[in-house]
Ligand binder design. Structure first.
Ligand SMILES: [Zn+2]
Length: 110
């Protein structure tokens, strides 16, 4: 069962919450536990944010290493079934930075 006060999961036989000490022996079932799903980060979140950061750095520096890292991290996040937009943004930024880098190199070579 879930503690009605702090939302922590306890064993069904528990009388008191192991985390905050609230009585949870089922005498008051009217109170619904407030499960804060937003606190829990979805799988792949950290990798997706890393992808986004590398994408921004790659775009700012026109650095191919950061751009490639952004694409790789973005793909890893997507493989971990990450649903947020950060992974896609990281991949897109990485590709844009790579293309810009290629254009800059092409201009320098001409
Ligand atoms: Zn509790």
């Amino acid at each position: 069962m879930f503690c009605p006060r702090c939302g922590s999961q306890n064993s069904d036989s528990a009388v008191f919450c192991a985390y905050c000490g609230t009585r949870i022996d089922g005498n008051d079932r009217k109170e619904q536990p407030i499960i804060q799903e937003s606190v829990q980060k979805p799988p792949g979140y950290g990798v997706a944010v890393a992808s986004l950061v590398f994408g921004v750095i790659g775009l700012a520096l026109i650095g191919p290493i950061f751009s490639i890292l952004a694409i790789i991290f973005g793909c890893v996040a997507k493989n971990q079934s990450f649903k947020g937009g950060q992974a896609t943004a990281g991949i897109v930024l990485g590709i844009i930075a790579l293309v810009l880098g290629a254009i800059v190199i092409a201009i320098l070579l001409i």
